[in-house]
Design a protein around this ligand. Structure first.
Ligand SMILES: NC(=O)C1=CN([C@@H]2O[C@H](COP(=O)(O)OP(=O)(O)OC[C@H]3O[C@@H](n4cnc5c(N)ncnc54)[C@H](OP(=O)(O)O)[C@@H]3O)[C@@H](O)[C@H]2O)C=CC1
Ligand SMILES: O=C(O)[C@@H]1CCC=N1
Length: 276
């Protein structure tokens, strides 16, 4: 579905940068809307744009077309590409648009500086579970974004998961926790499946056991109202198997490794936010 030179906003949203997170958000939003025609994507690679159109029925356009056809522009390019994108997009943007940036680390002030004065900008840190409507999106307002703009961004993201608001000063920490967080869990699951292989289980059996265990543990964490320590203690029988495993996790410094890893992610988010 190629842009046919429409005039006036006729799309709910244009996603600029149809990579991993752009696709995850688009996929969830299109599924909820039941129709991809309300959405546009701008991609650097025509092959990638065609792929997204084939998968989700979304329209493809260029930056001028996106700004002409959609009032809400969602920037989902890498932080390293954001300044180049903003320089190209800026001339088409007006303060009537709402610009939503998901770029890790990039402050709203840096986005605002490249756009016409008064343009509302909302910074969002989403995560890939948006693909299965279980995302966590965390919003902060830029200098010109009102409560109504935050409400609009929240309404956009609610269909694909939970939404919270934080002061922008907390966004680098959010990025390190929920933005990158799914990767930490996938990494743990990978390692646990490897352990099953070591113990002689077929890979498919090990994967089924661990994925269902991760799912069950996540539902308990969300729904039981109990602290993670209480939930862990309930599994840890005196003189049993779990405590033998926990002792090894502590001996190998897994708790400290996770804290250091998340601190490193935070530091990287801060670095990415500095103008290159
Ligand atoms: N992946 C994730 O889980 C999350 C990512 N984010 C943030 O989302 C952003 C995108 O990350 P991710 O999806 O992982 O990265 P990807 O590299 O997968 O996606 C970025 C896409 O944007 C395209 N692109 C770059 N410049 C332009 C441009 N000027 N016009 C149109 N398209 C362009 C890229 O094309 P090309 O490949 O040719 O460069 C690529 O397809 C980052 O800022 C990241 O911090 C936030 C939360 C979670
Ligand atoms: O790895 C990254 O930089 C992005 C931001 C959060 C998740 N992925």
């Amino acid at each position: 579905m190629i842009d046919a030179g429409h005039t006036g906003p006729d799309a709910r949203l244009a996603v600029i940068g149809g990579g991993k997170i752009g696709e995850a958000l688009l996929a969830g939003l299109v599924r909820q809307a039941g129709d991809g025609r309300e959405f546009l994507v701008v991609e650097r690679s025509p092959e990638r744009a065609a792929e997204l159109t084939a998968r989700y029925g979304v329209g493809t356009t260029d930056l001028a077309g996106a700004a002409a056809r959609a009032r809400v522009l969602l920037l989902a390019v890498k932080p390293q590409d954001i300044d180049t994108l903003l320089a190209a997009l800026g001339p088409y943007v007006t303060p009537e648009h709402l610009v939503v940036s998901v770029a890790a680390g990039v402050p709203t002030s840096r986005v605002e500086a490249a756009l016409p004065a008064g343009t509302p900008v909302v910074r969002v840190m989403p995560n890939t579970p948006a693909l299965v409507d279980a995302g966590m999106s965390v919003l902060s307002a830029g200098a010109h974004a009102t409560e109504a703009h935050l409400d609009e961004a929240e309404a956009l993201l609610l269909p694909v998961g939970q939404v919270r608001r934080v002061p922008e000063s907390q966004q680098d920490a959010v990025t390190a926790l929920s933005g990158s967080g799914p990767a930490y869990f996938f990494f743990l699951v990978e390692a646990m499946i490897d352990a099953g292989i070591l113990l002689g289980l077929p890979r498919t059996v090990a994967a089924d056991l661990i994925v269902q265990t991760a799912y069950g543990a996540a539902v308990m964490l969300r729904d039981s109202g109990e602290h993670p320590v209480q939930l862990r203690e309930a599994v840890t029988s005196p003189g049993g198997t779990t405590i033998a495993a926990i002792r090894e996790l502590e001996r190998h410094g897994v708790r400290a490794a996770l804290i250091a890893a998340i601190e490193a992610a935070h530091q990287r988010s801060v670095e990415l936010g500095r103008t290159s």
